[in-house]
Every structure is written in structure tokens, then in C-alpha cells.
Design a binder for this molecule. Structure first.
Ligand SMILES: Nc1ncnc2c1ncn2[C@@H]1O[C@H](COP(=O)(O)OP(=O)(O)O)[C@@H](O)[C@H]1O
Ligand SMILES: [Mg+2]
Length: 264
């Protein structure tokens, strides 16, 4: 089932002589539960594409549909709510709030939405991400790898329609990079979390079901390496990178009311 479709997406920054076409007529669609890697050289338009898919910026032309709904038909206010509920963003530099602790950072999108925190999902995420015992730590008391795990927890807390990660391991050493990618892939496999990761790392791209290559703002290659797994959610979760594991049941009880109206 299709969850995301990008149709003739174009983004031009500036105008006249200084206009830059960052994205040029890009179209593709993503299946539920798919893990897609986006690669391409620096300045090719990858981050622009990610921001458009996440409703962070509006396109110059073209459309993005998530769960069948036109993302940019929304007002700016509706778009802010949409980003909080349906999109999980992970950046290279974590973007945590320095004065908030681990739990506060992870639950921020839920609290900003005025909803109650699902304690069992929170506990499941803390365990799966190896953050149990660090609940009250502030970001500057954590290693880079730990901070990125908090950012992943924040992205997953709302069970978003899609997680979008922009070079999530770009600031980490190889051991932490491997750990972060294992965790992201585990969320994709165990929680059936649709996942799109921008990377310049070939090993990471090889972990994905599919690799999309962007050059000069255009989609130049789209290779599906394997079908997204369609195993039932009841498959016993295996241990992840020596930490806990993502438990589908930890999130199953928690679906925001609006999600039931969608086409998921
Ligand atoms: N806010 C912006 N204003 C003007 N130009 C931008 C802006 N964001 C990106 N660009 C330009 O768009 C192009 C694509 O950038 P980007 O999407 O960040 O590429 P990538 O993530 O692949 O490195 C680049 O030429 C970049 O300079
Ligand atoms: Mg970029």
C-alpha cells in the first residue's frame, strides 16, 4: 500500500539571476513499511526533498501526498500540527532542546499537541534505545550517540506515518553510526515504521529496501533492492544492538484518534 507520493515536485530558491532550482520535477512513491535511502552529492537537493516531504517547506510546484492527503492543501497552522503528528524528523545535529531532559525531549511533540503521554510506548522506546536510567539527563550530559537515540525516540513517540532522517549518522563515529542505523532499521522492521534516510554512506544505503539517487535536483536512479517485509506484527522481536528491543505491542494501543480516519 502506498503511503507517500511525491508528484512533479519542484523547488526554486530565490528569483531572477540568483534563482537556484534545488529540486526539479521529482516524482516517486513509497510503500507502507518501506525503508528508502536517498543518496547524492552535496548540494544535489536531498535535504530540500526531505523538507518538502515533511511539510517543513512548501514547494514551488508539485504535490506531496501522505496517506492520500495533499500535504500542502493545509494552512500553515494545520501544517504545524501535521508535522508534529505524522512526521518524525531526525537531523545530523540531533536538535534536542538543551534545557529539557531525555523524557521531556522525547515526549515534547505529544505534550505540544495537548495529548497524554502513552507511558507504555515511552517505556518501550527508552528500553529499545538503551536510555533506561538516563531519563533525567540533559542533552549536554549525553554522548553524541545517546543524543541521537533521544532524537530517534522523539521521532518515534507519536508513531508518525513516516520518519525522515537527514544524515542521521553524519556526526557520529563508526561504532555509534552502526548502532543508530541498527536502531532505525529495527524500528522499520519491528514497528513497520516507514523510513526515509538521506546518507552519503554506502553501507547505510545497502541496509535499505530501496535506493533513490538525486543529482542536480533530479531523480536519476530508483532501485528497489527488496520488497518491504510483510511479516505480521506479532513476530517475536529480537534483541537490538545489545539494548532492549522495539515492541510493536508497546505502540499498538496508541493511535492518535485522527489516524483512524486516515487510509493507513
Ligand atoms: N534556503 C535556501 N536558500 C537558497 N538556496 C538554498 C536553500 N536551501 C538549499 N539551497 C540550495 O539548493 C541546493 C540544494 O541544497 P540541499 O537540498 O541542501 O542539498 P543537499 O542536501 O543534497 O546537500 C543547493 O544549491 C543549495 O545551495
Ligand atoms: Mg543536505
Amino acid at each position: 500500500m502506498n503511503i507517500l507520493s511525491v508528484e512533479h515536485l519542484t523547488k526554486v530558491y530565490g528569483s531572477g539571476d540568483t534563482a537556484v532550482t534545488a529540486l526539479d520535477d521529482v516524482s516517486f512513491s513509497v510503500e507502507v513499511g518501506e525503508f528508502v535511502a536517498i543518496i547524492g552529492s552535496s548540494g544535489s537537493g536531498k535535504s530540500t526533498l526531505l523538507h518538502l516531504m515533511g511539510g517543513v517547506e512548501r514547494p514551488t510546484s508539485g504535490t506531496v501526498r501522505l496517506q492520500g492527503q495533499d500535504v500542502f492543501a493545509r494552512t500553515d497552522e494545520e501544517l504545524a500540527v501535521f508535522r508534529r503528528r505524522e512526521v518524525g524528523l531526525v537531523y545530523q545535529f540531533y536538535n534536542l532542546i538543551p534545557v529539557l531532559d531525555v523524557v521531556e525531549n522525547i515526549t515534547l511533540p505529544v505534550l505540544m499537541d495537548g495529548r497524554e503521554v502513552n507511558e507504555s510506548r515511552l517505556k518501550m522506546l527508552l528500553e529499545a534505545l538503551g536510555l533506561t536510567g538516563r531519563e533525567r539527563a540533559l542533552p549536554n550530559q549525553l554522548s553524541g550517540g545517546q543524543q541521537q537515540r533521544v532524537a530517534i525516540g522523539r521521532a518515534l513517540m507519536n508513531a508518525p506515518a513516516v520518519v525522515l532522517a537527514d544524515e542521521p549518522t553524519g556526526n557520529l563515529d563508526s561504532k555509534n553510526s552502526t548502532e543508530i542505523m541498527r536502531l532505525l532499521r529495527a524500528s522499520n522492521r519491528r514497528l513497520k515504521q516507514t523510513l526515509i534516510v538521506i546518507t552519503h554512506d554506502e553501507d547505510i544505503a545497502l541496509m535499505a529496501d530501496r535506493v533513490i539517487v538525486i543529482e542536480d535536483g533530479r531523480l536519476v536512479r530508483d532501485e528497489r533492492r527488496r520488497e518491504p517485509e510483510r511479516t505480521p506484527r506479532t513476530v517475536a522481536p529480537a534483541s537490538v544492538a545489545g539494548t532492549g528491543s522495539f515492541s510493536p505491542r508497546g505502540g499498538a494501543a496508541y493511535r492518535p484518534a485522527h489516524a483512524a480516519e486516515g487510509v493507513r
